[in-house]
Design a protein around this ligand. Sequence first.
Ligand code: SAM
Ligand code: SF4
Length: 329
Amino acid sequence: MFVDPFGRAITYFRISLTDRCNLRCVYCMPKEGVQLQSRTEQLSVEEIVRVVETAARGGVRRVRLTGGEPLIHPHVVEIVRRIASIPNIEDVSLTTNAMLLERLAQPLAEAGLKRINVSLDSLNPDKFKRITRGGEIDRVWRGIAAAERANLAPIKLNTVIVRGLNSDELSAFARLTIANEWHVRFIEVMPIGNAQDWGEGFPAPAERYVSVQEMKRRLSTCNLYPVSSPISNGPARTFRIPNGLGTVGFISPLGEHFCEHCNRLRLTSDGKLRSCLVLSNEVSLRESARNGQPLEKFFEQAIAQKPEYHDMLVSTPAGSQRSMSQIGG
Ligand code: SAM
Ligand code: SF4
């Protein structure tokens, strides 16, 4: 079993399939994008499978595919199928901007995908386009409908709240959970990725952060009451609006970080294990994965480096120069 120096068992693996994306969300990437890995630097399907097999032998039970945008990976369906059939992997899920979900929801579900998280930061089509620099919200709604038809449940919506951008939509997002069995999770914006100027019409860095406590205060008219999480051991604190079908969660990487219960390890698309989102330490296993050598020792090295907690602050850019799209958010 993989257990870190602080006694936390590593059971959850987040895999970035690609650092590429078909959107450019203002908080994640600069307009011109980021320096991309070459295709040869990226792990192949076989290599990813080999890494997950090792992870599963070490006790990993849940895998989440992310990116960049995982749905632009040409072999995403095959990757899901292969990972879902690895012994001891109980749950394969995926985080997506949903631009390509309408077409892929059914094949992914058939391949063994259990659930999806859709990132959606505004309910207003124009604002959505501005935040994502070109995204079409209708495609998100069609993607979500396709996911529901394919029984990819529960559907979680991830919303990064930024003051002066979408903080006025907290209540509208929360109210989506009254009639829909969706799980809306509000996330504090982190100084990772594009923490600098976002251009004209966007809030300045010092203005953007809204704490989870403030979000809850602003939602007081929704009468949220605490419930247990639909999928346990995630970092969200979960609530329900009276008679609501879905839930409202809060993810507070900065204000109330959840390091104490952190069971996760990350794999970047260029084959590096990363024990903490915030810490830049990485352990590369690409060459050994390529040569078919045992990979356990890389896991042990990475897990030994897992910090007890991170000290990311609202105002200080995190220790990593990589954006969420490169690390695998
Ligand atoms: N492209 C996919 C998507 O957007 O869902 C998956 C990758 S994206 C990097 C994963 C998550 O990271 C998204 O929900 C996004 O909102 C979040 N994210 C990216 N940069 C962030 C930041 N600076 N602060 C908080 N969340 C961030
Ligand atoms: Fe792409 Fe996701 Fe980053 Fe948006 S948050 S730019 S969709 S990787």
